[in-house]
Design a protein around this ligand. Structure first.
Ligand code: G6P
Length: 611
């Protein structure tokens, strides 16, 4: 969480930094701040969004060819002007921006307090810049060396940028556990938490590795590790396109991303499926084809929406490849001393590839000898780098904080993996494989059809915009779809919503049902159809208001439910890819009708780099 941007070169830094902060606002929007050197070091910061900062500086001279900015998701210290980044050293000579957490900040702070340091904020970040100042005061070392020594003393995660009033020609950037990309231009450099602030200036980037420090001057870049060994940077070309970062005529990024799904699912499958011959090719994991034949167990670790994709993966892999699967919240798994062996494969699912708990779960499983497969959307992120092998989702940048197209792309990759494993293990016949791959190839077109219900869903949403609670129920792979539907709704509309396996309703949630309670059922024609119909009747008998997602042409559920939304018929294994779409649209429209900030819901951040 938190987004950071830096610039040094021949252009004015302010517009570059501000535009970059807007692009990174998905990482946090509690406050924004910028430091510039224009004669001297100047800092402008404000609680609230980047636009609030822009309003606050109207009329001020913002020249300066070196600058850095920060958009915050508060951890240590409430969102306020005082706790906004950049933070400064006691003598106001040095400024820092930081994404991550300095875990030993309170011990460091105590020592610094005893040495007379006075702090102006409640943040862990300010402690780090005072530590650097203190090292310089005690030793007389130059700033580069003081930063290196300080970083050896801190425990935790960081991506930082430091500027000094005494050296207006240098930015110092470093990372450990939090992302950082350097953009390499002609006589100019860019720094950012991801490539989105950089793409319109240069395609050449360097992904800084953990424990590396970059000393960046207009004409020179030097990278060392924290043991003072010079590193050779690897410059790579970005595949990102600028239009991927814009709303393209939609009111919100979330709606644009919902509508992108026919394309993103197709991109995810491109070059990986061959329906006519019944082949799946996954280059990223092919080295492990033999291991997959004999693997005893798969553990899927993830957080949030990615965890829901993992639950879908459990159904798919068990159904198609007959391998036992466990799905774990990464945050629980990492602290539970889990039983893992070299025979296990751990699949880590993550849109951002930076989620702290998922990364820690990978580290733990690796230590215990497991093979790690990553499923990730952001190319070059930490999780693919930590994994032994993996498959990218290729959904393109997802800007809306509530995940939509990344989820369906994760489910697509898990479907491909399940079929690939089935192919290796011979657990489904070739003719079945041909049938499933032919249907899978058609899924983008069927998703397009699901989107045609948009206007209808908007009308239904009108009836539920005032609801206080919602229940989402499904069985089989409809259960994770229900969980995801409930999560979407609560994230962006702030309506309390719960997802439940439909049969479990009788063991608790049924007590909540009255004429006020909307219940969304995943009631498509699949193996649990009859059972779900009984559950709908149980809800109707208690006067609940039912919205049902049904298979095209269904008349039975139509006769019972208050509202039905049709999706096209497809093999049961593809249900999650289709049934999710109307639920995304339902939560989107309800949130818009409630006047909520759909793309930046309160308290959330897209990339959770703290545990
Ligand atoms: C946050 C985001 C969710 C996401 C979760 C896991 O909570 O708001 O949309 O599902 O983190 O993130 P990851 O990047 O690992 O998928």
């Amino acid at each position: 969480m938190c987004g950071i941007v830096g610039y040094i070169g021949y252009r004015d830094a302010w517009p570059i930094v501000i535009k970059g902060l807007h692009r990174l606002e998905y990482r946090g929007y509690d406050s924004a701040g910028v430091a510039l050197i224009n004669d001297t070091l100047k800092i402008y910061k404000k609680a609230g969004k980047v636009s609030d900062l822009e309003d606050a500086v109207k009329g001020i001279d913002l020249n300066g060819k070196i600058g850095m900015g920060h958009t915050r998701w508060a951890t240590h210290g409430e969102p306020s002007d005082r706790n906004s980044h950049p933070h400064t050293s006691g003598d106001e000579r040095l400024a820092i921006i930081h994404n991550g957490i300095i875990e030993n900040y309170s011990a460091l702070k105590e020592t610094l307090l005893s040495r007379g340091h006075v702090f102006k904020s409640d943040t862990d970040t300010e402690v780090l810049i005072h530590l650097i100042e203190d090292i310089q005061d005690q030793t007389g070392l130059d700033l580069r060396e003081a930063v290196r020594i300080a970083l050896n003393e801190v425990v935790g995660a960081f991506a930082i940028v430091i500027m000094s009033k005494d050296d207006p020609d240098e930015l110092i950037a470093a990372r450990k556990g939090s992302p950082m990309v350097l953009g390499v231009g002609d006589d100019e450099y860019f720094i950012a938490s991801d490539a989105s602030p950089i793409i319109e200036y240069t395609k050449n980037v360097i992904y800084l590795n953990d424990n590396e420090i970059a000393f960046i001057r207009r004409e020179e870049l030097l990278i060392k590790n924290i043991d003072n060994v010079v590193q050779i940077p690897y410059v790579q070309e970005l595949e990102l396109k600028l239009e991927m970062l814009e709303k393209g005529g939609f009111d919100h990024f979330m709606l644009k991303e919902i509508y992108e799904q026919p394309r993103s699912i197709k991109d995810c499958m491109r070059g990986r499926i061959y329906p006519s011959s019944g082949q799946v090719q996954l280059g990223g994991i092919k080295e492990y084809a033999e291991k997959l034949k004999n693997v005893d167990r798969i553990i899927i670790v993830a957080c949030g929406t990615s965890w829901h994709a993992g639950l879908v993966g459990e159904y798919l892999i068990e159904e198609c490849a007959r391998i036992p699967v466990e799905v774990e919240y990464a945050s629980e798994f990492r602290y539970r001393n889990p039983i893992i062996s070299e025979k296990d494969i751990v699949i880590a699912v993550s849109q951002s590839g930076e989620t702290a708990d998922t990364m820690a779960a990978i580290e733990l499983a690796k230590e215990k000898g497991a093979t790690i497969f990553g499923i990730c959307n952001v190319v070059g992120a930490s999780i693919p780098r930590l994994s032994h092998a993996g498959v990218y989702t290729h959904a393109g940048p997802e800007i809306g904080v509530a995940s939509t197209k990344a989820f369906t792309a994760q489910v697509t990759v898990l479907t491909l993996m399940a079929l690939y494993m089935a192919q290796q293990r011979g657990t489904i016949s070739q003719s079945k494989l041909i049938h499933l791959l032919t249907e899978l190839d058609n899924i983008p077109g069927l998703v397009e059809k699901c989107l045609e219900s948009n206007e209808k869903i908007k009308t239904i949403s009108e009836h539920f915009k005032g609801a206080l609670n919602f229940l989402f129920l499904g069985r089989g792979s409809g259960f994770p779809v229900a969980l995801e539907g409930a999560l979407k709704l609560k994230e962006i509309s702030y309506i309390h919503a719960e997802g439940y396996p439909a049969a479990e309703m009788k063991h608790g949630p049924i007590a909540l049902i009255d004429e006020e309670m909307p219940v969304v059922f995943i009631a498509t024609k699949n193996s649990s159809y009859e059972k779900v119909i009984s559950n709908i009747q149980e809800v109707k008998a208690r006067k609940g208001r039912v919205i049902a997602i049904v298979t095209e042409g269904d008349t039975v559920v139509r006769g019972m439910a208050d509202y039905v939304i049709e999706i096209p018929d497809a093999d049961e294994v593809f249900l999650p890819l289709l049934a999710t779409i109307p639920l995304q649209l339902l939560s989107y429209h309800i949130a818009v009708l409630r006047d909520c900030n759909v793309d930046q819901p309160r308290n959330l951040a897209k990339s959770v780099t703290v545990e």
